[in-house]
Design a protein. Structure first.
Lengths: 302, 319
């Protein structure tokens, strides 16, 4: 299956059981409003962990109706995050979402060795874009978590992302490993890693996807460009997943898609035992809402 | 080989040379004669291998060394010294320098090592000002091997020169072997990058180089070929193994070229083929501006003759 619009996430969720989302330190207007909206639309069941009074005040100030929503009172942020994480671990929740807490504090709890959500895999970020100029949704990784992934990290990032896309119904995602050029050069590590990832995929050491790289951005997303360059590739022009060489490239691409191409985006953190919604204040309400739907769509189905 | 000869060859043999004897035939029937400068030529092995080539008309031997000793060697081996051009030299070093310089200046087409030590000979070949190795060029060794157990010639590299090739050197090795295969009329050779298995692993750094090379070939950064690796020897040369292992490789057990990860892997492989596999070979140094013949004295008489013929084939112009 191929998705063209993020709104199709709703179709994916239509006949699935409602997922339970726990919002850690829920006294946060942005995340609270998105979570409650997704709940009202019937896609998730929210659990708010945090300072009850502060949550109620925030809800009132934002005209958010939280009547009937389950709340766990814990005024201490660190403890609230711990409760939220443990709920996911003990299967009382399916999705973890960041509220009014620093990203590093949340991830520290997620990575706690005793009661965290480690799976042995690297945590990685996936952003799925709806771009007018492209014929399907396109995923980009990693634009937010891994700064300068080495080859082993890239393998883990691809595996995380492929599993996520598989859950969205993309059976054999086409993965373009981005470089500045499509040629291999010893002076550009990204191109060497790309060649290795391609061969490992060909040898079935990275499964359930089709990898080609290095590909320059234009080759990856435009068959015409690839043909013009004489590149023979099953991935070129039909990419499902763009693997970034590092966070700088990824972050700039992410932001240019949003600001210049007016792309819609949904993003989650993968690699933990449950998807983590970790939006930032600068994300649009729509992006937060779609990220919750994405998390619900890729969370474990009983 | 001249253009007309190539055309003739392509008409006669579908443009492919599939055995070493065919290779020698092609050189012989080209009608061209190649001048071979021999460094310190008073050596039974050298005289023996050249004499047949000279008699067959495709080689002209410029024997550089001690005239008396060369003449004596000819008598010992039953060769007629008048068939050779003898050029007097005082010692092995000056013989090597003269032989290389004559080749560099075009007085000879090919240079060949005689009784001179390999190190002195190669030093002359690699001399910056008067040698045969362009700046930054990689010097390597390619052998064409014929064995009864394989259905065609195998080009293998590097049996003799580079101990532990890095990525650039491996690419150069592949290019030389591809260029040689093309001279045999194999226009898109299958190149197997040999490892212990087909898996890519950090623990085997050569498998990383191989992966990079495959992508370079795919992107046209290496001359036209079908390249895959890492593969083990079975996947490279045995279609049954490819089927049984279920590895998706375009080589399909039909490789033309085997590139080995190290000299220590490649050298015993070719020697095993010679010693136990009933093989013959033709090998030469590649990367130089003119062919350089350097062979082990333990090669068979026939292989030595083939080495000379191969150098002539490689000295021929395609145009």
């Amino acid at each position: 299956m191929v998705l063209r619009y993020l709104s199709e996430l709703k179709d994916l969720l239509a006949d699935k059981p409602v997922r339970r989302l726990v919002l850690a330190a829920a006294q946060d207007l942005n995340s609270l409003s998105s979570a409650i909206k997704a709940a009202r639309d019937g896609f998730i069941e929210p659990i708010l962990v945090g300072d009850k009074e502060a949550i109620q005040n925030i809800a009132n100030s934002g005209n958010i109706d939280i009547s009937g929503v389950r709340m766990i009172h814990e005024p201490d942020t660190e403890l609230a995050v711990g409760i939220a994480v443990k709920m996911v671990r003990s299967n009382q929740a399916d999705i973890l979402m960041k509220g009014k807490v620093g990203t590093s504090s949340l991830l520290k709890a997620v990575l706690n060795k005793e009661w965290g959500l480690r799976t042995g895999s690297l945590l990685s970020h996936i952003a799925i874009f709806e771009v007018a100029a492209y014929h399907k949704l396109i995923a980009v990784t990693d634009v937010a978590m891994n700064i300068a992934p080495n080859l082993q990290d890239k393998i883990a990032i691809v595996n995380n992302s492929v599993a996520c896309l598989n859950k969205l119904g993309v059976e054999m995602p086409k993965v373009a490993v981005l470089g500045a050029v499509e040629m291999v050069s010893e002076n550009m590590q990204a191109t060497l890693d790309a060649a290795l990832l391609s061969k490992m995929n060909q040898r079935d050491q990275i499964k359930n996807c089709l990898i080609d790289g290095p590909l320059a951005f234009d080759n990856a997303i435009s068959l015409e460009s690839a043909n013009h360059k004489g590149i023979r590739s099953e991935v070129a022009g039909d990419t499902d997943l763009l693997l970034m060489p590092d966070i700088e490239v990824g972050n700039v691409l992410y932001k240019s898609l949003v600001f210049f191409a007016h792309a819609k985006v949904a993003a989650v953190i993968l690699g933990a035992s449950a998807p983590i919604v970790l939006t930032s204040r600068s994300d649009s309400d729509q992006a937060k809402y779609d990220s919750i739907l994405l998390a619900a769509a890729v969370s474990k189905q009983e | 080989m001249t253009a007309s000869c190539w055309q003739q060859l392509s008409q006669n043999r579908n443009n492919m040379i599939t055995s070493l004897s065919q290779m020698a035939d092609a050189v012989r029937s080209s009608g061209k004669r190649y001048r071979i400068a021999v460094a310190w030529a008073q050596d039974n092995n050298t005289v023996g291998s050249l004499y047949r080539a000279v008699n067959e008309g495709f080689a002209e031997a410029l024997m550089i060394g001690n005239r008396d000793q060369i003449t004596r060697t000819c008598h010992d081996t039953g060769a007629d010294p008048s068939r050779f051009t003898i050029i007097e030299a005082d010692d092995e070093k000056s013989a090597a320098v003269t032989a290389v310089r004559m080749t560099a200046t075009g007085e000879a087409d090919i240079v060949m090592k005689g009784l001179v030590g390999t190190d002195k000979f190669l030093r002359a070949v690699m001399d910056k000002d008067h040698g045969l190795l362009p700046p930054k060029a990689v010097m390597s060794y390619v052998c064409a091997v014929e064995i009864p157990a394989y259905h065609k010639l195998l080009f293998i590299t590097d049996t003799a020169v580079i101990p532990f090739p890095d990525l650039d050197q491996k690419v150069a090795m592949a290019e030389y072997a591809i260029a040689m295969a093309r001279k045999f009329g194999i226009m898109k050779p299958s190149v197997a990058l040999i490892g212990a298995s087909e898996k890519v692993s950090n623990h085997f750094p050569n498998t990383l180089d191989y992966s990079v090379m495959c992508k370079m070939a795919q992107r046209g950064q290496i001359s036209s070929c079908v390249m895959d690796g890492p593969v083990d020897l079975f996947l490279a040369c045995d279609p049954d193994s490819v089927r049984i292992k279920g590895v998706d490789t375009p080589l399909a057990g039909d490789s033309d070229i085997l590139l080995f990860p190290s000299l220590e892997a490649c050298n015993p492989f070719y020697k095993g083929l010679m010693l136990f596999g009933g093989g013959e070979l033709a090998g030469m140094i590649c990367g130089t501006t003119r062919p350089v013949v350097l062979m082990s004295r333990s090669e068979s008489e026939l292989s030595k003759y083939y080495c000379v013929a191969l150098a002539c084939l490689m000295a021929s112009k395609n145009d």
